[in-house]
Design a protein around this ligand. Sequence first.
Ligand code: FAD
Ligand code: NAI
Length: 464
Amino acid sequence: MAEYDYDVLVIGAGPGGYVAAIRAAQLGLKTACAESRETLGGTCLNVGCIPSKALLHASELFEEAAGGKLAKLGVKFDKVSLDLDAMHAQRLDAVKGLTGGIEFLFKKNKVTWLKGRAAFTDAHTVTVGDQTVSAKHIVIATGSSVTPLPGVEVDQQVVVDSTGALELPKVPEHLVVIGGGVIGLELGSVWKRLGAKVTVVEYLDQILPGFDGDVRKESLKLFKKQGIEFKTGTKVTGVAVDGGKATVTIEPAKGGDAETLTADTVLVAIGRRPNTDGLSLDKAGLSVNQRGQIEVDHSFKTAVDGIWAIGDVVPGPMLAHKAEDEGIAVAENIAGLHGIVNHDLIPSVVYTMPEIAGIGLTEEAAKEKGEVKVGKFPMAGNSRAKTNHEPDGFVKVIADAKTDKVLGVWIITSVAGTMIAQATQAMEFGATSEDIALTCHAHPTHPEALKEAAMAVMGKPIHI
Ligand code: FAD
Ligand code: NAI
């Protein structure tokens, strides 16, 4: 009889966990995946990436039609109206299709789905619901949950988190968003496009922490131009709910006079924290760091032999593609191969309009490491963006002043999320700005702006 029930047991079926489980099974390992949700796919497919993008796409089309952008292109409508129920239905449809797809992939790859919440009893054994299972290797991929704001209770009616904000049954008159990060800006954009007044309250002086300084400044300008109001350098000191309305008390982060905002919906989006509650990590001999994360080495091994961890529960950006790549790498490492993730090159994308994307170092971080050259090209000089009436944004390439190696690329334009793949691949291959500048780009396309920004590093763009 085998010593363990499974070669690999993955806890959590988000983009990290389900990918790890599938890859482990593909590599011939007997694999199970425990998931406490009713459906597979984790935060990303159920209440994160996918439903938010479904609403971002639909609300963008609505705004183009209702706001007169399509009329300017000669596409006229007699009357544009919002069917919010239908918009939500297509969101749910996208979620159902994709989560069902993971179930299909589990069956196809012979991954056993253990339904229920997992908790360790020792380093090789967990309980999942009323079953006890053992595995030679256990991968913790339990993801993250919304960080609560002390003193502000999320009731998912008036005060919502991102999950509640995806499901609002009607367009709020006034949505106050606490947190000018990725969630606040994406979901704030959705409801603004559908007709809400939106005010974002951000503790720091700038939105989008972690992004390049120029990008943060330009994005704030663009969101303000779209009509989103911002209270930066401002903290929320309390939210009182009465009769279906919220009174949000704010004051300058550095101290000063308080003021109040009245809202019918308040979205709390101040970050996410790792999920380890209820896992009984101590029974496996594991503990978390000060940020609540499980520490791992470069191969995703934890401090305990046979236990591995990936995704939002470990340090690093909380992004689905980072979790997925770690999922593949951990399975390969368990199988004795060499699974590697280059954590220096994880792209970030904010799926607003325009999209905002970045890879590698910000200009500020690059300058701390040494001398740099920066090339910037405005989208107003790109023929395709101009033709599509998308004058906003730019591409910025940051290169090492001595070697010309590209250290970072930052993009604001409608298709920045797609364009960043090229920059990421170039950097993964160790490209110089000259390599990008000498690469033939199809015309007329947005990516030509990347070529021009690369040319600008040497001071020789053509179209500005
Ligand atoms: P998760 O996806 O969180 O999955 C973990 C799973 O583990 C969950 O299903 C949970 O139920 C399960 N679990 C937890 N504990 C247990 C237990 N004890 N037993 C059994 N199961 C357990 N990222 C992007 O890259 N692009 C985006 O566009 C994007 N949009 C987002 C939008 C929103 C609104 C949110 C909230 C997040 C978004 N993210 C996005 C972030 C992305 O969802 C996460 O980075 C990603 O889901 C992390 O994957 P994971 O596998 O580590 O964890
Ligand atoms: P975030 O970390 O991106 O932004 C949180 C913002 O809230 C920060 O700007 C922070 O300064 C601010 N803040 C913190 N405390 C505050 C307070 N008390 N008052 C006012 N502002 C405060 O976190 P967010 O937006 O909640 O998203 C969580 C994570 O989910 C992201 O870090 C990202 O990894 C992931 N995500 C990714 C998406 C994407 O890739 N497109 C989309 C949505 C989420």
